[in-house]
Design a protein around this ligand. Structure first.
Ligand code: CP3
Length: 348
């Protein structure tokens, strides 16, 4: 018997098959907006949590149960892969991530090690295995990783950045070193995602969270070939969601770089987004997470507006355009999910 997740609305939408109900899940669905997550975090550091597979599995399984979403995503972090590649990683409380000994010069690029195996990241493999084992069989599990640009930007800036000047300086002034760096990251991420697939993930999402700081010509020259390398190396038959935020002009290029599903943010209408991607690609997104701050009838109205924009086009997965914000009322998250599930698919 094929596994139950094959017939889930999520995987059907990924394959652009007809669905009875539009599937929905949320980026950062397990996070600080949930009181039970904050309670857990009072007892364990964020990195301590990420490195404890049983806790990671428990956090996501309980979140999926509470929200009634159509897919689970591995509980982990984008930046963990950079530690075994040679960077220091810390999440000081109340601040964003900090990476020690950032990469600034061509000589620094040489000390970024390519990931050759998962020996130092067994806790991620184990978290996937335990999450898969504990989820109901009809709920697919999404693995994830950072796209090469976003990981390179963190490695170079040493944390979040406003203008990405160190990243762009290396890119513009030493293109050869940039390509070496991006190639090394791309192959590492492909290995990392395939390990998550082998451990039980049904799909993977590539997050290019910071690539919106680039214009289209720079994306094509400096990023697209490397994102394409990652996507082409993913195990055949396993769907890839390719997500970026910040610059809607990049959507056609994101589509060209590849992915079975293109994840878009709220800066463009979903019907316009559908016109910018290849017909065989599904689309995911794109509610502004700030809408979820309230009020609730506005949440419901905006969700219906989003669903109406997709119309009858097959291959749609409802989501936010970026992660759930801390401080979001749980009831508004539930209202979004309920409104998506109540939508009459054929009524479009
Ligand atoms: O619920 C889920 O979506 C699963 C888990 C998940 C986390 N991070 C948990 C997390 C996922 C998929 C991510 C991806 C991630 N991590 C991204 C890509 C998505 C995006 O937001 O663009 C990025 C850029 C990161 C790096 C990162 N991790 C940042 C910038 C921060 C700090 C910002 C913040 O919200 O505090 C983190 C920390 C982080 N990752 C938290 C969680 C639940 C909050 C940490 C805490 O508990 O204090």
């Amino acid at each position: 018997m094929p596994p139950a997740w094959n017939d889930s609305p999520f995987l059907k939408a990924v394959r652009r098959e007809a669905v009875g109900q539009v599937p929905v899940w949320l980026m950062r669905q397990a996070g600080r907006y949930l009181p039970e997550y904050r309670e857990l975090r009072a007892k364990v550091s964020f990195l301590g949590l990420c490195k404890d597979p049983a806790l990671c599995a428990d956090v996501m399984i309980k979140t999926v149960q509470r929200l009634g979403v159509d897919a689970a995503i591995l509980f982990s972090d984008l930046l963990l892969i950079l530690e075994p590649m040679g960077l220091g990683l810390d999440f000081p409380s109340g601040e964003g991530p900090v990476l020690g000994n950032p990469i600034r010069t061509a000589a620094d690029v040489d000390r970024l090690c390519e990931l050759e195996n998962m020996d130092c990241l067994q806790f991620v493999v184990e978290a996937v295995r335990q999450t898969r084992a504990g989820l109901p069989p009809h709920v697919p599990l999404i693995g994830f990783g950072g796209a090469p640009f976003t990981l390179a930007a963190y490695a170079i800036e040493g944390g979040s950045s406003r203008d990405y000047r160190a990243t762009k300086s290396l890119m513009y002034h030493d293109a050869a070193a940039w390509d070496v760096l991006m190639g090394r990251i791309a192959r590492s991420v492909a290995l990392y995602l395939n390990a998550q697939i082998d451990a039980g993930a049904q799909a993977v999402q590539l997050f290019d969270s910071w690539v919106g700081c680039l214009g289209v010509d720079d994306y094509r020259r400096y990023v697209l070939p490397h994102s394409r390398t990652v996507i082409r190396q993913i195990r055949a038959g396993v769907p890839v969601i390719h997500f970026a935020t910040g610059n809607p002009a990049l959507v056609p290029l994101l589509s060209e770089a590849g992915g079975d599903v293109i994840g878009v943010d709220w800066r463009l209408r979903l019907d316009d987004a559908c016109g910018m991607i290849r017909p065989e690609q599904a689309v995911q997104g794109n509610l502004d997470p700030v809408v979820l701050l309230g009020p609730m009838d506005e949440v419901r109205r905006r969700v219906r507006e989003m669903l109406a924009q997709v119309g009858a086009r097959p291959g749609y997965i409802a989501n936010l355009g970026h992660g759930v914000l801390p401080g979001t009322p749980v009831d508004n998250v539930l209202a979004m999910i309920d409104t998506v599930h109540a939508w009459q698919v054929t009524g479009a």
